[in-house]
Design a protein around this ligand. Structure first.
Ligand code: TYM
Length: 337
């Protein structure tokens, strides 16, 4: 991300994942895979958003381990941590500082409308904390600190991107062009990978083991889980997410893992049964995740390497973040010393 007189700066891409447990095939297809496809055209930052993970109670040792594992997984998936900035959110204090400022430009009514807040507060009735409510403001700070142009995420984050844009526009409307107003990148085909046991709900890290595929599952587990995936009582392979959510989910997974479309996969399975579709989907997933796992195993055991990457990238991120934070503080009239 260094700028010289001869290099033309690329647009900026930013995304993040919470280190809150199993990284799922949903995270991979909805997010990580797109990062690897877009990486070469952008200057990228990929964050391990550990502060966001605190909105749900975390075991400290598990959080530390998950942070190192997600770092290794980003790199194992093909993201170059020297060319890009792969870093941990809590290592850059500017995120928390800008969050406070932006929260003064965010309305309670806007946050109240967030479906993720409504869902999570229904799931965790014993811990409806203020962080869960202001989660989107921290996410807006993440994105806006780096003058981000594009944010690749799954469909569940669309509303958070919209509020980020609204906050940026509101701030810029008063103080001039402090923030770039980012665009979401949410391809329709990969926006929502569904749970294998209940294909009307999205696949989620916190779901029971059999309803999700972890990026670290071995081949036998992938085959077993996909074989047991809920479909329907018909026998026709059709892509219709409303009427046939289970079969359509398998078609989406198979298409994403083979770099094609659900329609193409559907056409290639005409006259065949669900068993064959499941088998092909499992093999496509295994072929996609096995090389990642091999590289991951080498990386994750090298604690010095992982810490070194996080340390040097935190420094790079801090320098960029401070530029934007300083500009916002100055515009607001916070006394400069
Ligand atoms: P997280 O960790 O919940 O999800 C990480 C990414 O995975 C996508 N995703 C899915 N995509 C398709 N199908 C699914 N079943 C599925 N499940 C998850 C999510 O949409 C997300 O892209 N709030 C973010 C983390 C974040 C962030 C940011 C993202 C914090 N700050 C700034 C972008 C920019 C989240 O949902 O994390």
């Amino acid at each position: 991300m260094t700028e010289t007189a001869t290099t033309v700066r690329k647009p900026i891409l930013y995304s993040g994942i919470q280190p809150s447990g199993n990284i799922t095939l949903g995270n991979y297809i909805g997010a990580i895979r797109n990062f690897t496809l877009l990486e070469k055209d952008y200057d990228c930052l990929f964050a391990i958003v550990d502060l966001h993970a605190l909105t749900v109670r975390q075991d400290p040792a598990a959080l530390r381990r998950n942070t190192a594992e997600l770092t290794a997984l980003y790199i194992a998936s093909g993201l170059d941590p020297v060319k890009n900035i792969v870093y941990c959110q809590s290592h850059v204090p500017q995120h928390a500082e800008l969050t406070w400022i932006l929260s003064c430009f965010t309305y309670m009514g806007e946050l109240n409308r967030m479906t993720q807040y409504k869902e999570k507060s229904a799931q965790h009735t014993d811990n409806i904390n203020a962080g869960l409510f202001t989660y989107p403001v921290l996410m807006a700070a993440d994105i806006l600190l780096y003058q981000t142009n594009v944010v690749p995420v799954g469909g569940d984050q669309k509303q958070h991107l919209e509020i980020t844009r609204d906050i940026a526009q509101r701030f810029n409307g008063v103080y001039g062009n402090v923030f770039v107003v980012p665009e979401a990148y949410i391809p329709k085909e990969t926006a929502r990978i569904m749970s294998l046991s209940d294909p009307t709900r999205k696949m989620s890290k916190s779901d029971p083991e059999d309803s999700l595929i972890s990026l670290l599952d071995d081949a036998a587990a992938v085959r077993r889980k996909i074989r047991r995936a809920v479909t329907d009582s018909e026998a026709e392979i059709l892509f219709d997410p409303e009427k046939k959510p289970g079969v359509s989910n398998l078609l989406s997974i198979c298409a994403a893992m083979t770099g094609t479309t659900p329609e193409t996969v559907t056409a290639s399975f005409q006259g065949m049964g669900y068993g064959e579709l499941k088998e092909a989907t499992a093999e496509a997933v295994i072929a996609g995740i096995t090389p990642i796992q091999e590289r991951y195993k080498e990386l994750v055991s090298d604690k010095t390497y992982i810490s070194g990457i996080l340390k040097s990238n935190a420094e790079r991120a801090r320098a960029l973040a401070q530029r934007t934070l300083g500009k916002a503080q100055k515009k607001l009239g916070l006394y400069q010393i």
